[in-house]
Design a protein around this ligand. Structure first.
Ligand SMILES: Cc1cc2nc3c(=O)[nH]c(=O)nc-3n(C[C@H](O)[C@H](O)[C@H](O)COP(=O)(O)O)c2cc1C
Length: 397
């Protein structure tokens, strides 16, 4: 009797779970899944240890990289930076010097799949002018990665990138970020989950299209181990691999290891000939990226900290000049940035985030330290603007 009841109960549970799954899957045609699993099946030929490049999803990367090659230059891309490359700063970058590709700051896929999703979705706000734009996600949970990749794909992102390099302890505790370097099997499952999720119906043609899924990582965890680590992720048919040329242990405390670039490039191309290699670490300007390009083999240069206080960094003409903008112009740009931050994020983010930017904008001129200190005291854009106006009145420019 008890067994019979239990069987009945299990059956009810099964029907219920099928029902709930179907509700969540509404809008996803079975075709989506067929195309995706079919597409990524057996691209990597184990006997040859090689990827069938023609089946990799490149999306927007293809034309972009071909054009950069024709111009004999690397792709210039913006690094994802938490609490820096937010919607306000991305807008400034786009206005004053557009990178070839923009990255969002990283967003928790677990969070996007939780009830707090609406709050986190604000980090994924972008403007059409920012395209092509890539959403960066992190998690070690396959299901959440699949769901978050699907969400980002539906939000219209041109690409999805997976963070496998962040050394932050709270991220590593979740098994994500650079911790993935120590768990390649999980890393591979997470990449494949993102590929399953990164599928949508083209709004114009109605056709099913896959969105490219890339990975950003480091050359190792506690030691240099790219020789064994990178092949594992290259097996997963990724169109783009970004390598921050330091180990997790090195954080950003030592100079980036440019000496590995050529060997990494050769290895990438021998396993997955069409995968693009983007290098990252200590690149100061587009001129610096070009200089590296003339010395080493790679496809793209990712620039991070050098954009602090310089939203015009990706404008080659401006940055080639000694004095790109006058001091007054720079301070006005800083205030424009501050106002945008307040407008877009003032309700959810602390105004103190702007201090990081002030440190970089207000530098290298007489009275910079005093102005910076006053700006640090401001609690909103109006106060910051008054401080700048008073400063400009007080100096002879
Ligand atoms: C404030 C800050 C936030 C960062 N946030 C992220 C992030 O969200 N995702 C990521 O992949 N890397 C992140 N990084 C690392 C950068 O993308 C980049 O790999 C690193 O800064 C090295 O490049 P750079 O020398 O050009 O700055 C962050 C770095 C900084 C300084």
């Amino acid at each position: 009797m008890y067994k019979k009841l239990k069987r009945k109960w299990n059956k009810i549970l099964f029907v219920l779970s099928e029902f709930v799954t179907n509700i969540f899957n509404l809008g996803k045609s079975s075709l989506d899944y067929e195309l995706n699993s079919e597409h990524f099946k057996d691209i990597f030929d184990r006997s040859k240890k090689k990827v069938d490049s023609d089946k990799i999803v490149f999306g927007f990367w293809k034309e972009l990289s071909e054009n950069a090659k024709k111009e004999n230059r690397p792709l210039y891309v913006l690094a994802p930076m938490a609490d820096v490359t937010d919607v306000a700063f991305r807008h400034m970058l786009n206005k004053y010097g557009k990178p070839d590709v923009t990255w969002t700051e990283f967003v928790s896929a677990n969070g996007l799949m939780s009830e707090g999703r609406e709050h986190l979705k604000r980090d994924l706000e972008y403007k059409e002018e920012e395209r092509p734009i890539v959403a960066q996600l992190f998690t070690s949970e396959e299901k959440n990665m699949e769901g978050a990749a699907r969400l980002c794909t539906e939000l219209g992102f041109d690409g999805i990138d997976i963070n496998m390099g962040c050394p932050d302890k709270t991220i590593e505790k979740q098994g994500a970020g650079s911790k993935m370097i120590t768990t390649p099997e999980i890393a591979k499952e997470v990449i494949m989950a993102a590929q399953r999720g990164a599928i949508r119906k083209n709004k114009i043609t109605g056709e099913i299209e896959a969105v490219p899924v890339s990975v950003k990582t480091r050359i190792g965890w506690n030691k240099v181990e790219w020789q064994s680590w990178l092949p594992q992720i290259l097996e997963c048919n990724i169109p783009v691999l970004t390598v921050h040329l330091r180990t997790r242990k090195e954080l950003s405390m030592v100079p980036a290891h440019y000496e590995y670039i050529d060997d990494i490039y050769n290895m990438v191309k021998s396993i997955s000939p069409k995968t693009l290699l983007i290098i990252n670490g200590d690149i100061k300007s587009l001129g610096h990226a070009d200089e590296l390009y003339s010395k080493y083999a790679f496809d793209g240069a990712m620039i991070g900290r050098a954009v602090f206080g310089k939203p015009w960094l990706f404008d080659k003409e401006k940055t080639l000049k000694e004095n790109d903008y006058s001091l007054e112009e720079k301070l006005r740009i800083m205030i424009e940035h501050t106002k945008l931050f307040e407008e877009k994020l003032g309700d959810i983010k602390s105004f103190s985030i702007m201090k990081k930017h002030y440190k970089a904008y207000v530098n290298g001129f007489d009275g910079a330290k005093e102005l910076r200190n006053k700006l640090f005291e401001s609690k909103n854009a109006k106060e910051a603007e008054n401080t700048v106006n008073n400063f400009l009145k007080s100096v002879d420019l």
